[in-house]
Write a protein that binds this ligand. Structure first.
Ligand SMILES: [Ca+2]
Ligand SMILES: [Ca+2]
Length: 149
């Protein structure tokens, strides 16, 4: 079980394995090309990726890990290219993002925080730039605002 989607001919799916738990995998259709992208929640705990959605040639999804909870992640199919887009509810609490859609420079989704409840959010993405930036840079190169529409 788990969700799956295809981005540029690459299949992403979320099997559960004893060593890594339920994590993001990718496959090009061959056995050798079927690999764990990243053990987002290190060890046997699940990151349980859900809501796998193609947005401008990369994958956006929700994943969970202990330090930040369940938040927005993206992947280009490599470990280095898989990182958390934003910790919408800072720290271990989860925003539970879902319903990812892309419109213009924005990624839209719904997320929940204590102040607003579940509401629409938008993150500005210049994908042609972000796609190739190393992970630590994302915190300073993405800006976030609540959707007003
Ligand atoms: Ca894991
Ligand atoms: Ca969080």
């Amino acid at each position: 079980m788990g969700s799956q989607t295809e981005v540029d001919g690459t299949l992403f799916f979320t099997p559960s394995e004893p060593e890594s738990g339920r994590e993001l995998w990718t496959s090009d259709g061959t056995v050798a090309g079927t690999v764990l992208v990243k053990d987002i929640n290190p060890g046997p705990g699940d990151s349980n990726p859900t809501g796998l959605t193609e947005v401008n040639g990369w994958l956006v999804f929700q994943a969970c890990e202990p330090s930040s909870g369940c938040e927005v992640w993206r992947s280009d199919g490599t470990a280095d290219g898989t990182w958390q887009v934003d910790d919408v509810v800072p720290g271990a609490a989860s925003s539970g993002p879902s319903g990812f859609t892309q419109s213009g420079p924005f990624l839209y989704f719904t997320a929940e925080d204590a102040l607003h409840g579940r509401e629409p959010w938008a993150i500005r993405f210049p994908p042609s730039i972000n796609r190739y930036l190393p992970a630590p840079a994302t915190a300073t190169t993405t800006t976030r605002s609540r959707s007003t529409s």
